[in-house]
Design a protein around this ligand. Structure first.
Ligand code: PAF
Length: 279
């Protein structure tokens, strides 16, 4: 497994590769969710590149960029076991050198949900993912459904800018008790870890209500909100029932609906989602 830290080195390695390349972009501190993306990339491509880069431009000034968990040695050991070919691990100044002054702005789908709570977040994501695509030139790129809006934004960017990459979105991986895997789960103490189960419970409740015939989006939002508010450590950022492609809030659930939530458990902000109406 090669570890490459420069964009020039990564481009050189790519030029020497004639087969297909799958890219798994990550911010490191890997868990089984990331490994499921790597494993799918392994099945579908001749070579697998994983990028590990905590991207400063997608964090707001009061967010957790500085304390975001990092463990390079552990990440590299995990990726070596998955038989990854290349780990692209650039320092910040390699991605954003002096004078860097360009960004990628995706439209309406970035204005809602995470975009509304975290101004500038998707500009940072779209810009860095665009750069990674240009540097690595992958045939396919792999993202998790846990960041549902991110996947929608990246697909929009790829379509709108005619990028030559297939975006593959893989299901959210969960702990046995339902908590969605996330690098940020490490912030939770024991009591918070238990309280965090309210996220997956509320999504389960949404699915159950939908199965029982509930089609009022407001009915679903209200039930979920009541359940989450009953957990004293939880503070809601949003509970959304939206059209699964435009992310516009729904009145009636008639087709696929993305139910997504952002909830603070103590100081830790967690997101999770499920899709209703696909069966
Ligand atoms: O999902 C993530 O880990 C990040 O947002 C990504 C796609 C690697 C861009 O920094």
């Amino acid at each position: 497994m090669k570890v490459i830290e420069t964009a020039a080195g990564m481009k050189r390695a790519r030029r020497q590769e004639s087969g297909s390349v799958g890219l798994v972009p990550t911010m490191g501190y890997l868990h089984k969710g990331h490994l499921s993306l790597v494993s799918r990339a392994r099945q579908e491509n001749d070579r697998v590149v994983v990028s590990v880069f905590v991207n400063p431009t997608q964090f707001g000034p009061s967010e957790d960029f500085v304390r975001y968990p990092r463990d390079t040695e552990r990440d590299l050991a995990m990726l070596a076991r998955e038989e990854v070919d290349v780990v692209f691990m650039p320092p910040v100044e390699e991605v954003y050198p002096n004078g860097f002054n360009t960004s990628v702005e995706v439209g309406e789908v970035t204005e809602r949900l995470e975009g509304a709570c975290r101004p500038g977040h998707f500009r940072g994501v779209a810009t860095v993912v665009n750069k990674l695509f240009n540097i690595v030139q992958p045939n396919r790129a792999y993202f998790g459904q846990k960041d549902a809006q991110q996947a929608i934004v990246i697909k929009r960017m790829v379509t709108d800018l005619d990028m030559n990459v297939e975006v593959v979105v893989m299901p959210t991986m969960r702990e046995e008790d339902g908590l969605a895997m996330s690098s940020r789960n490490v912030y939770l103490n024991g009591e918070e870890r238990h309280a965090a189960l309210v996220l997956s419970r509320s999504l389960q409740q949404a699915s159950d209500l939908h199965k029982r015939g509930e089609r009022s989006a407001e009915g679903v939002r209200r039930a979920m909100t009541a359940l989450i508010e009953a957990e004293k450590l939880a503070e809601i950022d949003y509970v959304s029932v939206a059209d699964a492609s435009t992310l516009a809030e729904l009145d009636t659930i008639a087709g696929p609906a993305l139910v997504s939530i952002a909830v603070r458990i103590g100081k830790t902000r967690l997101i999770d989602n499920t899709i209703l109406g696909t069966d």
